[in-house]
Design a binder for this molecule. Structure first.
Ligand SMILES: [Fe+2]
Length: 257
């Protein structure tokens, strides 16, 4: 797939992690490919902002290209749009910085609106998923027409996390891999609810969160489609190196994944 997944009339994407400086350190190969940054692990403040501008300009042009080709009615972002909006400290500064230094983000969503494309956000763990902060909420409301946790349409399920992640969480408790599935209980409850609703019925699950596929705890009746931008292109098969990279990282840094 390209940088964006297009399925019928819908553009799907997730895990942009806008203004997440450490993602260039976690995923140097992917973020370097996406942004053109030559030294992703040691970016200066200026280089970081330039890399972000390049990446979101690229997404803007891809959105314009796909929408202009016709037939697109929906744009679904499957969570983790802007990094750190789940933590309210410094949030106003982050939103101001975004508006002033990264106008490409606003332009992407304004273009979609002008083009009559419905814009949907499925909340992820790094979004202000409780919608408790007025500034974060007004930002989301400016960028999206609908804000929710998941969509379930016939045999298709759209979520931030891969369906069954709460089982993976339980299976990895006490192990090094636990941190990949450590999220607020809001998501765990949702996963359990969806698992109960779907049971053993076949379902296609579009998701993000794990950045690189495939989900190692796949359920037999679920076909997983990871639409995170880091999973796009040539590096999508490189899941094991991603996991090794994470395992080498410090706990402190892993908390930000
Ligand atoms: Fe996530």
């Amino acid at each position: 797939m390209g940088i964006l997944e297009v399925v019928d009339e819908t553009i799907l994407t997730s895990d942009w992690h806008v203004l997440h400086r450490n993602i260039y350190w976690f995923l140097p190969e992917q973020r370097s490919r996406l942004s053109g940054a030559e030294n992703p692990k040691s970016l200066s403040d200026e280089q970081f902002v330039v890399a972000e501008r390049v990446l979101y300009n690229r997404i803007l042009h891809e959105v314009e290209r796909v929408v202009s080709a016709g037939g697109i009615t929906r744009f679904i972002l499957l969570g983790d749009l802007i990094f750190g909006l789940n933590k309210h400290g410094g949030l106003g500064h982050k939103i101001d910085f975004l508006r002033d230094e990264l106008p490409q983000i606003g332009e992407i969503f304004a273009f979609l609106k002008e083009s009559g494309v419905q814009r949907i956000l499925l909340l992820g763990n790094h979004d202000d998923f409780k919608l408790g902060n007025a500034r974060a909420r007004s930002l989301y409301e400016a960028l999206f027409d609908e804000i929710t946790y998941y969509l379930h349409e016939d045999e298709t399920l759209y979520t931030h996390f891969p369906l069954g992640y709460s089982i993976a969480r339980d299976k990895t408790l006490g192990t090094e891999d636990e941190k990949f599935y450590r999220m607020h209980k809001t998501f765990q409850k949702l996963d359990r609810k969806l698992l109960e609703a779907i049971g053993e019925k076949p379902v296609v699950n579009y998701h993000g969160h794990i950045h690189q596929g495939p989900f190692p705890f796949a359920l037999p009746n679920v076909q997983y489609k990871n639409v995170a931008i880091d999973a796009s292109g040539d590096a999508s098969s490189n899941a094991s190196s991603f996991l090794q990279e994470l395992t080498r990282a410090t706990d402190d840094r892993l908390d930000h994944i």
